[in-house]
Design a protein around this ligand. Sequence first.
Ligand code: ZN
Length: 243
Amino acid sequence: MRFIASTAGIMASRKDTSSKDISADERVYAAIASALLQGKLAPGAQLVERELAAAFECTRGTIRKVLARLGAEGKLTLEANRGAFVPSPTVDDIREVYRARQVVEAGIVASLCGALSVKALRALRAHVKAEQRALKAGSAAECVRLAGHFHVLLAELAGAPEVEAFLARLVAKTELYKALFDPSKLSNCSSDEHAQLIDALEQGDLDAALTAMRTHIDELEARVLAQAGASRTSDLATIFALA
Ligand SMILES: [Zn+2]
């Protein structure tokens, strides 16, 4: 799987993000991250430094730096002497990451249940409103960002920075899985389900809150897994259509 579709995807995103106000590094980073999160890059596609440098009219040094950053964030797979690739997770890889989310987020729910301040509840509800606005506006990138951030915000409110950092990494992985295997829907999280969870947390109903979180993550996982084995054929069709 080479770079033809990938270039088209990135070039499309590049228009959205180019601005003289941000550095070349940030511009290239934002464009590639956005193309990944919008499912424009096929699993396993190689990101070739030379081709990216030409596409973005920047140096290979800039591209190398950006690819290293995306690799460190788990958004790309870096292979010594081979280069950077869009991750191509197996079904077992995917299950493992959602399982980790279930364990971590059950702990977060338990520590927050019945313990959220008025200010924290207000922030969570404002976040859900922002999700609804983004969905209405059809803003895919914003929907994905806000959906993931809701979960990280809960970890932040739990006051555990180590857990927050760990969860942010897990959420980034699942955002990517959603983009790779379930790119058709705008958001990977339903704002209604987020609202139900907030209600249960506010009421201090631990059973309801744990069930709400578990069901929510189960559904995200099920949608990704349903497509994980089937997406390659349609990706090839897309690649040839764009070539
Ligand atoms: Zn969610």
